[in-house]
Design a protein around this ligand. Sequence first.
Ligand code: ZN
Ligand code: ZN
Ligand code: FE
Length: 766
Amino acid sequence: MLERRIIAVEGVVQGVGFRPFVFSLATRFDLRGFVRNDAAGVHIDVEGERAALDCFVNALTAAPPPLAAIDRVLPEAADPLLYDDFAIFASSGEQIGTASGAVAVVAPDAATCDACLSELLDPASRRHRYPFTTCTACGPRLTIACASPYDRACTTMAGFPLCAACRAEYEDPHDRRFHAESLACAACGPTLEWRAGSGPIQRGEAALDTCIAALRAGAIVALKGLGGYHLACDATNGDAVALLRARKRRPSKPFALMVRDAAAARRLCEASAAEESLLGSVARPIVLLQRRRNAAVADGVAPGMPTLGVMLPATPLHHLLIRAIEPLVMTSGNMSDEPIAFRDADAMRVLGGVADAFLLHDRVIATRCDDSVTAVNAGAPAVLRRARGHAPRPLILPVAATVPLVAVGGHLKSTFCLVRGPRAFLSQHIGDLGSAAAYQALRDGLAHYSRLFDVTPQVAVHDLHPGYASTRLAEELAVEQRIGVQHHHAHIASCLAEHRIAEPAIGVAFDGTGLGTDGAIWGGEFLYVEGASFERFGHFSYVPLPGGDAAVRHPWRTALSYLNAAFGSLDHCEDLLPFRAAPSSQVGLVKQLLAGGVASPFTSSVGRLFDGVAAIAGVRQSVEFEAQAAIELEALARGDGPAYPVEFREHGAGWVVETSPIVRGVVADVRATLGTATIAARFHATLRDVIVAGVSRVSRQTGLRRVALSGGTFQNRRLAGAAARALETAGFEVLLHRRVPCNDGGLSLGQASIATRLLAEGRGRS
Ligand code: ZN
Ligand code: ZN
Ligand code: FE
């Protein structure tokens, strides 16, 4: 008997070959009807025999296309209409089918698939060496999407009408480019362009050849990629790398590398099986790998770093380049920490003084999207910078939002998070909000996502810090309500949200900086988190930060403060390196600040304790970028020396972890010339023990056995791994960040999750 089903499929199902997949299934089961994208996802209307319909519905979820991620399939019976055949219809912007409030999801960009790569390298293919080859399984998605639904007309490919050959592929249900919205060929698609100063503009293959020759000759090239511009140069050419550092005004922060394949990566770095599969994953992220001692790259690529950030080619253009010259430095096309340039005019202006030439093309980038950064941490992959290949895939929150909302994140490693119902659209990495350009990038990104996912937020959620640019944005947004969330509460909530945990948990939040509810700078916190509330059970003892931000840039200042606290004065510390390395005039000033208590906010930050210990141990007295001293201290650690004394002191309703016994232990080891490798190992062991002891204390008071570890400090793999192992040995369930950064890039998700809880608890109106 003929039956009919109207089926709504929700999730990442647009622009991933889902309709052709449905078409081939329907053909296989002899069903008639149609499929089309709608605002909720994919809408299927089919009729056939009941058994065939059941098989069809099961097959939808059994083996969907590789880039699809199905949230749910909702079939409904309907009266048969006697369709003649099965068709793919053009998209309809209107909401049809089940009005569940779901929104269609544009997929993340995906690395060139094997089939497209073979064509690219096949002289017999009509796409031989065509740098914009894509199909339904690969290519740009988010970075070309201008509006929803994901159809060619709503992408930046709209201006490239298909040639006859491409149209035939697009319309052939047996072709893997059937309804591939980004498909193109040399006859109809985007073209490469080479521009060098006032020289002649070159196009196509000539542009690529000239670019390769220039890179080989040591040039710095601004390269237009999927989500923005890279600055590229020969990574083995020390002069080119040094020139790039000088022009980019970036003395030492590591540059990422691109190599041809996993074998090439292994020649430079150690790579475990887990790390190799991360390298080759469809997001093609930068993977932080342990560098080999004699890795054949210029010293200037990552000076002093134990790791190299390595990625494999993600686009046909990168495949063609890297086959001609490798390894290449591939660093974001920006000045210092500004957002990556993605519009051609901006790139010319901003990068004109850095790059010798430009290799660009006429496919417009709709929204900027950096490379993602990942590492294997505590035995499993973790995303440290969530961008290309991951955004905008939504996370499902433990508690759905009752009204659409936006969380605007922190100040560094900025992201925002739009929430509609249970779906949290966490934006790609935007950057540090220290510049007007970054602030504008945050605003633009939010407007773009609001359009793409049709979310008009009624609530804005922000950090408690009034000076953050993100807080300013929350104040400027036309919303009905604003909610402030404490920084470390948001970190823990982010970790819990990522794991879809709604129950109470213990939180350990270790990071650099975050404003506490008492006006101090927190960052070494033991929290009890329940729903929208948290309680601070314990924290590291407060020390003043002499000069605030100046202390962050100059760890020797912080070291003086810890020494002063540990010994009661600085009179007997002048043999130590922080004194000897600092300008003597400034040492006097810092002493005055400490004595007078002016311009010296109190902090419990573990990030600052790392700075202080690194300075006392002689590792580093000043830093160029966040966590530089801590990264170096981690890299130096060898063995597993005994921990320094761990002392807890009852304090008010809670307790503090005393830093003074730790600092005195470090000083004693320095004076006994034990070496930084031992001191670094002992310090890490100490923090591990502090975590286990602190968590045990909270557990005894609350009965909880589940622990979330969050905050930027847990990017430290030695600490995260040791703490997780020790907690598990003690019988705790440990949650670490995996898909969302543990650093401030994950804050907006935590803010969003807390707000949904507040609103659900009816405490939203304050
Ligand atoms: Zn492909
Ligand atoms: Zn074509
Ligand atoms: Fe933080």
